[in-house]
Design a protein around this ligand. Structure first.
Ligand SMILES: [Fe+2]
Length: 269
């Protein structure tokens, strides 16, 4: 009998990820996720001057953010929340911990993680912050990277993001490269039947290879979308335009790698 390096459970996840290019994963540590949401609620309501009788409940604030801020104030709110969150050195390790098993199954156990947090807030009907169909690799990002897309609210239908699963994505990209008349809209119409809108309730997240095509459209649901996205990659895999030490920081480094790195540096000195 052939030996197996990886158990059936993990292998099942790996095979599914390879087949689709993404996975919807359950997050560990609900209390920690709730704490992040509470912190954002405190930062957001303080920034918008919502206090006393004017202060909405947490659910009201996240679901109906459009009642408290317009499109013109959205970036200010986003930055106030990000700046407040970045003051907490436990934030990124916290996100990593919530998805650690699946990150390791997807990427490896020596990890580089994006330096800062990306938060997006999409109000219902707002067309000012859309991401048309794209692959991040087209902009020079490393095809070895994955994105952890983590919502703070239930995301479904147009309130969510869409992906084009890996086989269709590879096929469409092959056609796109050959046909010079393709533009973004033509490509979108071509792949539209194969797009999958991800159903991601609060407490789950998406891990996806940003090499597959993905994007969003106008949020036509009645409530606001709040999502984080965090880039991750194997520490020693090739980097793209986002480099180690600039956009990426080492998150998990094993001693053999550190000893090897230090040995090589000392040889050079
Ligand atoms: Fe992207």
């Amino acid at each position: 009998m052939a030996g197996k390096f990886i158990d059936a459970n993990e292998q099942g996840f790996i095979d599914a990820f390879l087949a689709k290019g993404y996975a919807i994963i359950p997050l560990d540590g609900k209390a920690q996720l709730d704490a992040v949401r509470e912190r954002i609620y405190a930062l957001g309501t303080a920034h918008l001057g919502l206090k006393g009788a004017k202060k909405p409940s947490l659910e009201e604030f996240f679901d109906n953010t459009q009642r408290f801020v317009g499109v013109e104030g959205l970036n200010g709110l986003r930055l106030a929340v990000i700046n407040g969150l970045n003051a907490d050195p436990g934030l990124m390790p916290g996100f990593f911990g919530m998805a650690r098993k699946f990150i390791e199954w997807t990427v490896g156990n020596e990890i580089a993680m994006q330096r800062g947090i990306n938060l997006s807030i999409q109000l219902p009907g707002d067309d000012s912050s859309l991401l048309p169909l794209h692959s991040d690799v087209w902009d020079g990002n490393s095809p070895y990277e994955v994105v952890l897309w983590l919502p703070l609210v239930d995301c479904y239908k147009t309130k969510s993001m869409y992906v084009l699963p890996r086989p269709e994505s590879r096929r469409a990209y092959g056609e796109f490269k050959k046909d010079k008349s393709f533009n973004a809209e033509k490509l979108f119409q071509r792949v539209k039947p194969g797009l999958v809108w991800l159903d991601v309730p609060y407490g789950k997240a998406v891990l996806f290879s940003h090499s597959i095509m993905h994007g969003n459209r106008v949020n036509d649901e009645k409530t606001t979308r709040w999502t984080f996205n965090i880039r991750l990659k194997g520490l020693l895999t090739p980097y793209g335009v986002k480099e180690l030490g600039e956009s990426f920081l080492p998150a998990v480094v094993r001693p053999a790698t550190r000893i090897g790195f230090e040995y090589v540096q000392e040889e050079k000195a």
